[in-house]
Design a protein. Sequence first.
Length: 66
Amino acid sequence: MSHDIVIVREGDGYRLLHGHLRLANELGQHGKIDIDVPGEGKISIVRMRNDYTVHRDGKRLPLYRQ
């Protein structure tokens, strides 16, 4: 789990607020990372082709990066 990556819930998905390069590096090395989201709990972010997807409770949700 990484504390220098900040993600929050936004509408139907999640938004990456801080740690873009750290997230890209972790996903490049491992393909998956678990992040603690305030008020949401733990989510998994998975690299899929050219995009990142949030996996939580058996669902895939978008991760907005911009």
